[in-house]
Write a protein that binds this ligand. Structure first.
Ligand code: HGY
Ligand code: MN
Ligand code: MN
Length: 415
């Protein structure tokens, strides 16, 4: 008797769902904007939940709006879980997060419709506010899910636009009864686009992700003296805009000096009153520092703090720093990493072991269960940009590797 044909995803169904979800919050240039807990996020949530319900999954929602679809619906044992996020940055693409959620749903749908009965239940979820660009810290939904942040604290987080997380969750109707933290899954695997240039440059199809680098987000508020742009002599100025520029150039020089994988980004700068003929009263900026080495990352943070002290003294301004997010580097479970590599090689793909430069929900799930990630290449290494693209063949390849990893973990035997 011939061996059963291996299960494979339906690319047409997955592609159709990626396009349909990408249309929600579409920015008209191929990208989409679904900032966490906005109306567009709600619309995206409702669509994915409807697909989960159509498939017959049991849909559970927890107190921070994390959504988990489980099969079989009457399962009581902890599931083998996959998933990611469907919130985006304001200038987001169609694959960051969305791929992991929809490929996970597609993998489970492939298993369900094949008639196979898994030994262990399966689940696919999307976590609230992975991006963190509206509400900091990032990944706060999965952080609450694993017990790393008290629910009440997350509900009280105030967004950059002044909204309160709990109020927004209430408004969009996604405060659910599932307890936080959740019972840990049996295992967790996340498929995600790489969002960087490494796989494309190396000609590999699958990234076998070994872990996630450390992340340090700070918000720096600089208070100076608002004054007339024309009458104030340069040596009388206490200029927050100048100080902000000094910090921006300092972190660039610091990252250059430390070398890869150190990265540094000033992504948000706001001046008040932000007028052409007024020396600003105040500047608020964010600094994002990352490194795979916790010791080097701490050193970079210390160097930035020292620079701010010297700058405050020299420019006669007040500089206050607030931590928005701080996560140490995470190493994924070696056996889970080996499993992803073995499956990807068995599929005939060229693979590369690599750390993740971006943060992911998987780095939180790794605190409570065996976890790993699968990467697919990003064209031009572009992400957090409407031009974010991945070749369809690579998206399909990643989804099929995810499917087989889930089948192994859940003891699915093709009928
Ligand atoms: O910032 C990150 O790495 C992720 O996109 N939240
Ligand atoms: Mn992401
Ligand atoms: Mn992202």
């Amino acid at each position: 008797m011939s061996a059963p044909r291996p299960l494979r995803v339906s690319w047409e169904r997955l592609e159709g769902r990626l396009e349909a979800l990408g249309e929600i919050g579409s920015t008209g240039d191929g990208g989409c904007a679904r900032l966490a807990l906005t109306d567009a996020d709600k619309e995206g949530r409702d669509l994915v939940v409807s697909w989960m319900e159509d498939l017959g999954l049991r849909v559970d929602i927890d107190g921070i709006g994390n959504v988990v679809g489980t099969w079989p619906p009457d399962a009581t044992e902890q599931p083998v879980m996959t998933g990611s996020h469907i919130d985006t940055v304001r200038t987001g693409g169609r694959y960051d997060g969305n791929l992991g959620v929809l490929a996970g749903l597609e993998a489970i749908e492939t298993i369900v419709t094949s008639g196979a009965r898994p030994e262990h239940p399966l689940a696919v979820g999307f976590f609230t506010n992975e991006e963190g660009s509206r509400f900091a810290p990032d990944m706060f939904g999965s952080l609450v899910f694993v017990g790393g942040l008290p629910l009440e604290e997350a509900l009280d987080v105030v967004a950059v636009d002044g909204a309160v997380a709990g109020d927004e969750l209430e408004r969009i109707g996604y405060i659910g009864p599932m307890p936080c933290p959740a019972r840990p899954p049996r295992a967790f695997v996340e498929l995600h686009i790489e969002q960087g240039p490494v796989l494309e440059a190396g000609g590999e199809t699958i990234g076998v992700v070994t872990g996630v680098q450390g992340i340090s987000w700070q918000e720096i508020t600089i208070t100076g003296q608002s004054n007339h742009a024309g009458t104030t002599p340069m040596d009388h100025r206490h200029d927050p805009s100048f100080a902000a520029a000094s910090i921006t150039t300092f972190v660039r020089a610091l990252a250059t000096e430390l070398g890869p994988p150190q990265v540094a980004t000033v992504g948000r700068v706001e001046l008040h009153p932000n007028l052409v003929n007024v020396v600003p009263a105040r500047a608020t900026l964010t600094v994002d520092l990352r490194n795979t080495d916790e010791h080097v990352l701490q050193g970079a943070e210390a160097r930035l703090a020292a620079h701010c002290e010297d700058l405050a003294e020299a420019e006669g301004v007040i500089i206050e720093r607030k931590t928005l997010a701080r996560f140490e580097p995470v190493a994924f479970d070696p056996e889970m990493v080996d499993r992803v590599e073995r499956v990807a090689v068995a599929h005939g793909h060229r693979v590369r072991r690599m750390p993740s430069g971006a943060g992911h929900d998987a780095q939180m799930l790794a605190r409570v269960c065996p976890t790993s990630m699968i990467f697919t290449p990003s064209i031009g290494g572009i992400s957090h940009n409407p031009a974010e693209r991945t070749h369809p063949a690579d998206l399909e390849a990643g989804a099929n590797v995810l499917l087989d990893v889930l089948c192994e973990l859940a003891g699915v035997v093709a009928p």
